[in-house]
Design a protein around this ligand. Structure first.
Ligand SMILES: CC(C)(COP(=O)(O)OP(=O)(O)OC[C@H]1O[C@@H](n2cnc3c(N)ncnc32)[C@H](O)[C@@H]1OP(=O)(O)O)[C@@H](O)C(=O)NCCC(=O)NCCS
Length: 145
């Protein structure tokens, strides 16, 4: 249930500076200019961007994508979810995930996926409370280009 003072709405280009703050809180230091450029590129991708705001500004964001891959039917994935540290534990994250779930259901995909870094110790409990179940663990490799 969305807390009464919080309003969830689609994210907009003019949210860029607050989105940069939230991306930085998530662990991805970002400037408003970078986020603005990413939002332009994201318009090529099937995704839903939703923000939670109250009178004081943005409290959280979720970005949900449809992943189209060769080896299985299209599915949805939560790419970014973060709530400002001083507003956690009040239902904002749950309200954002509920919006992402509605968005994904409208796209008729059959599952919603999320990858959680192992060091985020408190986060699995959040997803498990919402009905997600752990299906695999894996390592991520990177090649600098
Ligand atoms: C995970 C996160 C989005 C949840 O948002 P939220 O608004 O705090 O969540 P809700 O209030 O809807 O749900 C609260 C539940 O979330 C979990 N939780 C995880 N981290 C928490 C935190 N730092 N503070 C409070 N609750 C947290 C708890 O299980 C809590 O349930 P409980 O009160 O029964 O213990 C938010 O804590 C956050 O931004 N964490 C850091 C970034 C992150 O892990 N993002 C997900 C990446 S995959």
């Amino acid at each position: 249930m969305e807390p009464s003072s919080i309003h969830v709405r689609p994210g907009r280009h003019d949210d860029a500076s607050e989105l940069a703050r939230l991306c930085t809180e998530l662990g991805y230091p970002s400037t408003a200019a970078q986020v603005r450029e990413r939002l332009v590129r994201l318009s090529d991708v099937e995704h839903g961007l939703f923000v939670a705001e109250d009178g004081g500004g943005l409290r959280g964001v979720v970005d949900v994508h449809v992943r189209v891959v060769l080896e299985e039917d299209p599915f949805a994935e939560l790419i970014a979810l973060v709530v400002s540290e001083d507003g956690r534990g009040e239902g904002v994250g749950s309200a954002l995930v509920a919006e992402a779930v509605r968005w994904a259901r409208r796209r008729r995909v059959r599952k919603l996926w999320v990858r959680v870094s192992l060091w985020r110790e408190a986060t699995p409990r959040f997803y498990e409370r919402l009905g997600f179940r752990r299906v695999k663990q894996q390592n991520v490799y990177e090649l600098a280009l």
